[in-house]
Design a protein around this ligand. Sequence first.
Ligand code: F0G
Length: 465
Amino acid sequence: MSDQAWQQCINPDCAGTFGITEVHSKCPACGNLLDVRYDWNRIEVPKRLSAFEKRWSTRTNPLDLSGVWRFRELIAFAPEDAIVTIGEGQTLLKQSPGVAKYAGLKPDRLFLQYEGLNPSGSFKDNGMTGAFTHGNMVAAKVAACASTGNTSASLALFAAQSQLMRAVVFVGGGKIAFGKLSQALEYGALTLQIDGDFDDAMARIQEVCTEKGIYLVNSLNPFRLEGQKAIMFRILEGLGWEVPDWVICPGGNLGNSSAFGKAFMELVELGLIKRPPRIAVINSTGARTLYRIAEEKKITFNDGHVDDAAVEADYREMDERNDRAHTVASAIEINRPVNLKKCLRAIEVTDGLVREVPDADILDAKAKIGAGGLGCEPASAASVAGLKLLVAEGVVSPDDRVACVLTGHVLKDPNVSVDYHSMALDAFRAKYAEKFDVTKISFPNHPVKVPNDLGEILRTLEGLL
Ligand code: F0G
């Protein structure tokens, strides 16, 4: 394993390499992010992606059942007996004509990658199987993360199922959607509600992990991102191994977009695809650091030579403005995304771009996605709201084939759904306006109050059906 895979700093001026069983969340030499890298000559990678289909018939092997590890030659850092899988990645790529129409695409051009079907209800399980596998390789006993909720739910679930590590999670006090908090508690994670937001929790967890030698499973962990590459392999699989024109995902801590970019870089390098899709990363206007950096300030990956001083100056200004992230899409309520540089790389290699969408558009898109039969949480719907914006701008053509990643299940954040559908705009604003600005509710499905009386119920139904 050590010959075929290693860890490497993404800063080309450093390019420090580290063994696969070393534990670092940043390059010990220069502090930049680490990648997992492979010597593909030592790995038996299939000549065609369709060769992976043979594993569909051997699903009694848990590694072939896993929607991550059935692509294990493309994620080849672990011996098979070290892999920790809970059956993650049994997801669907579904065509969605109704949502396509809403976004302005031709009916057959939009595909929704439904990551809500994962065991913990979000895409995080794709990455957590990677992190737990590596944690298992290094015999970690305690694993920790800071989280806006889904990473903590996934960590807690993997810890409970595998019984290999104790889970410790740091969440921002009052910042985490109820479905997610309930999972962390139910699965037995030691849950610390930090008096602050995600960015505070993320800073503290890194200090604590360093201090206590605890295994960090946030997406700074390069092994997590290896697992998340599989989301892209499954999109290709769902399209009969054809490459879409666009992949659109929400941007929070930027682990997904980073992993997606790396997946496509490697597939191109291996000759398994000819070109990558363009990746569009969608911020909420209430948590717009990536948009500001990439689109307004035009800071690029620049072949690995990111203008660090410009990024630091931007963060300093953000602090001076006392700009804290505020969005209804609590999963992406993040102002200091730890994977910024890798995301800029993904944008560079895929000719990608970034957009920001307001909370009201996110909630309207979410309602349309739900009405089309694939419920998701607010952050996930940013992808469709972003697509609608890109079609309106003429950047995405109605003929383009687009895959939007629905990152988390509708039940993750039931309060926002119920409030959107049952409250008048004024009442909704009174409840939330201080935190996020929702200026419209376009597609409410109001519950109807009726007396407990058959005649009244029938009369009410007659008027409504
Ligand atoms: N969508 C959902 C549902 C998420 O939970 C997250 C991130 C994102 C999108 C953003 O993905 O960080 O890869 O850019 N949630 C993290 C968490 C931060 O702690 O659960 P990203």
